[in-house]
Design a protein around this ligand. Structure first.
Ligand code: SAM
Length: 236
């Protein structure tokens, strides 16, 4: 077990225990995620606009991902684990003021930031819901759904993914943006990838791509940041 601490941000990394031990949907994991996104330095980091942008790769990925939603004016979009609402910037231009977003997050603090962002931009077409992504119960409701850097964090991520796909209309579009471990010679940097991920209570070992392929057709994957970030798009 390794412990990294920066101010009020404290991270326990259990490298030796193997990924499965850190991936369970336990009460402890839920508490850890809630704590991290409600009362740690991470909240400040998001408040300050995420000053580490990794050469703007996440912005590029979001822009590309939103394009893959194939949105039309008036479209209805689910933004799961919306955090401070960075995805809105890329969704709103396509759906316009007649379109709608339902934005769901577990953390009050993240939702506060997202509401502030919407207020600043005059976006009145976003409904904010505080809740667990794995417990949503929409069926064939949205034209599209997007989750960015959420599935590596959500404790019961497989259920959240299944529910997200269920919530989209038949032939609706789903986009998942997330981090993953590096392949090939770059594998040697995976210790660093795991460290950065754990600061955000994220688990980069999760095989989101394989899981998403169970539910989606026409799956396309584009990698950013040397393969450490991927955009998966598909049709329900
Ligand atoms: C790394 S942040 C990503 C936020 C945002 N999507 C972005 O791209 O910046 C992960 C987010 O997932 C949220 N989250 C974690 N577990 C969740 C759950 N079970 N249900 C809903 N949101 C959850 C956290 O509160 C946090 O806002």
């Amino acid at each position: 077990m390794a412990l990294c601490k920066a101010g009020s941000l404290e991270v326990r990394v259990q490298f030796s225990a193997g990924p499965e031990n850190r991936m369970k949907n336990t009460k402890k994991s839920h508490q850890r995620v809630k704590k991290r996104y409600n009362q740690s330095l991470l909240v400040k980091y998001f408040e300050l606009g995420r000053f580490i942008s990794f050469w703007k790769q996440d912005k590029k990925a979001r822009k590309y991902g939103a394009k893959k939603l194939n949105l039309k004016r008036g479209g209805y979009v689910l933004n799961l684990a919306c955090g401070p609402g960075f995805d809105f910037d890329y969704i709103i231009p396509s759906i316009g003021s007649k379109g709608k977003i339902t934005a769901i997050d577990y953390s009050k603090e993240m939702l506060k930031l997202a509401k502030k962002r919407a207020g600043k931009n005059g976006w009145k077409n976003i409904k904010f819901i505080e809740g667990d992504a794995a417990k949503i119960s929409y069926k064939n409701t949205f034209d599209a759904a997007m989750v960015t850097l959420g599935l590596t964090v959500i404790p019961n991520w497989k259920k959240a993914l299944e529910k997200m796909v269920n919530s989209v209309k038949p032939n609706g579009r789903v986009v998942i943006i997330d981090g993953k471990l590096l392949n090939g010679p770059l594998k040697i940097f995976n210790f660093w990838v795991k460290f950065i991920s754990c600061l955000a209570a994220a688990q980069s070992e999760r095989d989101i791509i394989t899981e998403a392929k169970k539910y989606l057709k026409n799956v396309e994957i584009k990698e950013f940041l040397f393969g450490g970030l991927f955009v998966l798009s598909g049709t329900k």
